[in-house]
Design a protein. Structure first.
Lengths: 446, 225
C-alpha cells in the first residue's frame, strides 16, 4: 500500500464530496479545453487559408466581408470591380502574383470560383488526377468536394446562385469535371475552380455567347501577360513573354479594345483579386496606392483576421473567466472536503503515525488525495472537451471541417498540469494540518 | 525482579513531563526485563496514558531518558523514531481503531509498510489465523463486530513482532467474560511473538493475571505486588 493507494481508498470512502470536486474540475477543464481547441483550430485555419496572400483588392465595403468572401469563402462578395483596373494594379512592379476571382455560384454549398491558373500557384494546389479546365464550363474540384459528393472526372455538376445550395439553379449550363486536386488541407479543398469566362457566361451574358469564348481566352492572355506564370495553355503565351516582340504583342491591346467595344456595359468585371507582393516594402505602400488612387479597396488578410479574431476573443475571454471561476470553485470544493474530512480522519491519521508513518507521509497522503481528485477531474475534462468539440462539429455540418475532435494539442497537457496544481494548492493547508497533528493529543482526546 | 543479566527491554530514567498548561509529572525510574509483562497502575488522571505515550515515542518528555529494546527513543530523528515505533512497538487502545477506508488485510499491510518492512502476506495470514480472523481478512472495519475489531487491532499491533506491546485500558469497557478473553489473547500473543506486554489499567480484574506492576505515583521506587 503506497501513499497513492491509501489516498485513493480514502477518496472512495467519501464518494459524494469526491465526485463534486472531480465534476467541478472536469467542467472547468472541459470549457478551457473547448476554448483551447476552437481558438487554436480557428486560428490555424485562418492562417492556413490566408497563407501567401498579402492583400485582397475588391469593391468598397466592409474589409472583413471582403476577406471572408474572397479568402475564406464564408460570406457574400462586396460587389464587383473593373477587370481593367484590376489588371492595371496587377501590372505594378510591387506585385509578384495577382489572382483574379469571380464569385457568384455554388454547388451544394461549395463555392464555384472563376479564376485562372495562378490560383493553383498561390494555393500550392496539385492535381491528383485529370487536368485543369481548358474550355469554358470545365472545372477542377478540391479533394473534399470530390470525396463528399463522390464526384469523378467527367461528371457534370450544376451550379446554384449564391453561397448556399438553396439559391436559384443554373440548369442551363453544366460544369464538366476535368480534374481533382490533391488534398491541400485548406479552404481550396472545398472549392470548385473554373475559368473566369464560365462565371461570366453563367451570369447574364447569354446573348453574347458567341463572343464569350474569345473573351475567356483573351482574359487568360492578358492576365498571363501581367507577369504571372501560367500552367495551363502555356505554349501560346510563352511567345508573349519572350524577348522578341512579334505581331501578337501589338495586336493585343487592339484586340482588347475591340472586345470591350463589343460589350454593352463596356467593361468586364471580376469580384476581387488576391495579391502576393514581390517584397515586404510593398506592405506599407501598395494598400495606400489602391485605396487612394482607385475606386477599389485593399484589405490585408493579416490585419482583418486579427481584427476578426479579437472580436471573437471577447467571447473567448468571458468564457475563459467563467472556466477559471469554476476551477476556483473546484479548488474550494476540494479544499473544503479535505479539510472537513480531516476532523473525522484525525484519529485514522494518528493511528497511522503509531504504525510508523512519518509526518511527511501523512502530508503526502493528503496532498495525493487533492491531486488525485483534480487529476481525475482534469483528465475527464479533456475528454469532455473533445466530445463537446466532436458534437459541435457534427451538429454544424458545413463547418465540421473547421473543428476536429481527434487533435490532441500539447497545450492540453498544461490543462492537466493546471488541474494537478489546483489539487495541490487546495490540499496544502489540510496537509499541513495533518502534518502537525499531535498524535498524543488526538489519541488521548478521544 | 529478574537478574540484571537479562535483557532490559524498557528503561525509564529521570523522566518528567510538563503539560502545556503548567501541571508537571515526575515518573519513577523503571526497568523492565524482556518477557516480564508489567502493569501500569493508577487512577484515572494520574498520567498513565501520558507515560504510555512517552514510552511509545509519541510524546517527548521534558527531561529524562526512555530506552526501548536498547534504543534511546528521543535521540532518534522524528522520522527514524516513527519507523522504530512501527517496527518495535505495538500499540493497542481502549477503543479498537482501524483505518476505516481499508480492509482488515490492508490495515495490516500498512502496518508493515509504514514500519519499512516488506508486505508479507503469509505473515498476515498467519496472524489473522491465530486470532481467528482469517475469514474477515477482506472485510472493512464497519462490517466487523466489536470483538473482531479488538482482535484485528491486536493483530495489527503484533504483525511486526514488536519488542513491546503497549495496551491502554484494553478492558475498561468490557464485561468479565470478554475481559478474560482479551487478556488471554494479549498474553498469548505477547508470549508467542516474544513481546513484553505493558498494560496501563485501573481494572482490578487485570491485576490478578499479571504480577509485575508499576504504580503511578511520586514514590521513588516501583513496587511489586
Amino acid at each position: 500500500m503506497n501513499v497513492l493507494q491509501i489516498a485513493w481508498k480514502n477518496i472512495r470512502q467519501n464518494p459524494a464530496t469526491s465526485v463534486l470536486g472531480i465534476l467541478l474540475t472536469a467542467f472547468g477543464t472541459g470549457i478551457l479545453c473547448v476554448l483551447l481547441l476552437t481558438s487554436h483550430q480557428i486560428e490555424e485555419q485562418l492562417d492556413n487559408n490566408s497563407r501567401g496572400i498579402d492583400l485582397v483588392v475588391g469593391a468598397k465595403g466592409s474589409p472583413i466581408q471582403l476577406i471572408l468572401s474572397s479568402i475564406y469563402h464564408m460570406d457574400n462578395p462586396t460587389g464587383n470591380i473593373s477587370l481593367a483596373e484590376a489588371q492595371q494594379l496587377a501590372a505594378n512592379p510591387m506585385v509578384k502574383l495577382a489572382v483574379p476571382l469571380s464569385l457568384g455560384d455554388n454547388y451544394r454549398g461549395h463555392r464555384i470560383v472563376g479564376t485562372d491558373s495562378t490560383f493553383l500557384q498561390l494555393y500550392g494546389l496539385e492535381l491528383a488526377e485529370g487536368r485543369i479546365w481548358q474550355a469554358d464550363f470545365e472545372a477542377a474540384i478540391g479533394a473534399e468536394v470530390a470525396q463528399k459528393h463522390n464526384l469523378k472526372i467527367g461528371d457534370n455538376i450544376y451550379g446554384a446562385h449564391g453561397l448556399s445550395s438553396e439559391g436559384h439553379a443554373h440548369d442551363e449550363h453544366a460544369y464538366t469535371i476535368t480534374g481533382i486536386f490533391k488534398p491541400a488541407h485548406h479552404v481550396a479543398d472545398r472549392l470548385i475552380l473554373t475559368n473566369l469566362a464560365s462565371v461570366w457566361r453563367m451570369h447574364g451574358d447569354h446573348d453574347e455567347d458567341e463572343h464569350e469564348h474569345e473573351h475567356g481566352e483573351e482574359h487568360d492572355h492578358e492576365h498571363e501577360h501581367n507577369d504571372s506564370h501560367d500552367v495551363a495553355g502555356v505554349e501560346e503565351h510563352e511567345h508573349h513573354h519572350g524577348e522578341e516582340h512579334d505581331g501578337h504583342d501589338h495586336e493585343e491591346p487592339q484586340l482588347v479594345k475591340s472586345i470591350m467595344g463589343d460589350i454593352g456595359s463596356g467593361e468586364r468585371e471580376i469580384t476581387s483579386m488576391l495579391i502576393q507582393y514581390r517584397n515586404p516594402a510593398a506592405i506599407g505602400m501598395f494598400p495606400r496606392l489602391v485605396n487612394q488612387n482607385t475606386a477599389m479597396q485593399a484589405a490585408s488578410p493579416a490585419i482583418e483576421s486579427a481584427r476578426l479574431f479579437s472580436l471573437l476573443g471577447i467571447g473567448i475571454d468571458s468564457l475563459q473567466i467563467l472556466a477559471y471561476v469554476i476551477m476556483l470553485m473546484a479548488a474550494l470544493s476540494v479544499f473544503i472536503s479535505l479539510y472537513n474530512a480531516l476532523k473525522s480522519r484525525k484519529y485514522d491519521l494518528a493511528i497511522m503515525r503509531t504504525l510508523g508513518a512519518s509526518q511527511g507521509k501523512l502530508f503526502g497522503i493528503v496532498i495525493a488525495e487533492g491531486i488525485l481528485l483534480t487529476f481525475v477531474g482534469a483528465i475527464a475534462g479533456v475528454v469532455i472537451g473533445h466530445i463537446a468539440i466532436y458534437l459541435i462539429g457534427a451538429s454544424t455540418g458545413g463547418t465540421a471541417t473547421l473543428l476536429q475532435a481527434l487533435v490532441l494539442l500539447p497545450e492540453e497537457a498544461w490543462l492537466v498540469v493546471i488541474g494537478v496544481a489546483i489539487g495541490f494548492i487546495a490540499a496544502v493547508l489540510p496537509a499541513i494540518k495533518a502534518y502537525k497533528t499531535s498524535i498524543s493529543q488526538t489519541l488521548s482526546g478521544n | 525482579m529478574q537478574d540484571s543479566f537479562a535483557n532490559t527491554v524498557i528503561r525509564l530514567n529521570g523522566l518528567t513531563y510538563q503539560y502545556p498548561r503548567g501541571e508537571s509529572l515526575h515518573f519513577t525510574d523503571l526497568e523492565v526485563p524482556s518477557g516480564q509483562h508489567t502493569l501500569i497502575l493508577g487512577d484515572s488522571g494520574s498520567g498513565k496514558t501520558t507515560l504510555l505515550h512517552i514510552l511509545s515515542g509519541l510524546l517527548k518528555p521534558t527531561t529524562g531518558i526512555v530506552s526501548i529494546d536498547g534504543q534511546q527513543l528521543y535521540e532518534l530523528t522524528a522520522r527514524k523514531l516513527d519507523e522504530f515505533r512501527g517496527q518495535r512497538i505495538g500499540l493497542i487502545f481502549q477503543e479498537a481503531h482501524l483505518v476505516k477506508s481499508l480492509t482488515v488485510r490492508e490495515n495490516l499491510q500498512i502496518a508493515q509498510g509504514f514500519a519499512g518492512a516488506r508486505i508479507d502476506n503469509s505473515r498476515i495470514n498467519e496472524v489473522l489465523a491465530l486470532l481467528s480472523l482469517d475469514h474477515k481478512a477482506d472485510s472493512y472495519p464497519s462490517k466487523l463486530s466489536r470483538g473482531q475489531m479488538q482482535r484485528a487491532a491486536i493483530a495489527r499491533a503484533v504483525i511486526n513482532k514488536p519488542a513491546i506491546l503497549v495496551a491502554d485500558e484494553p478492558t475498561a469497557s468490557l464485561d468479565d467474560r470478554n475481559t478474560e478473553s482479551v487478556l488471554n489473547l494479549l498474553l498469548d500473543q505477547a508470549n508467542q511473538q516474544g513481546a513484553t506486554l505493558i498494560i496501563a489499567t485501573h481494572d482490578k480484574r487485570v491485576k490478578t493475571r499479571i504480577a509485575h506492576a508499576y504504580e503511578m505515583a511520586t514514590r521513588p521506587h516501583p513496587i511489586n505486588e
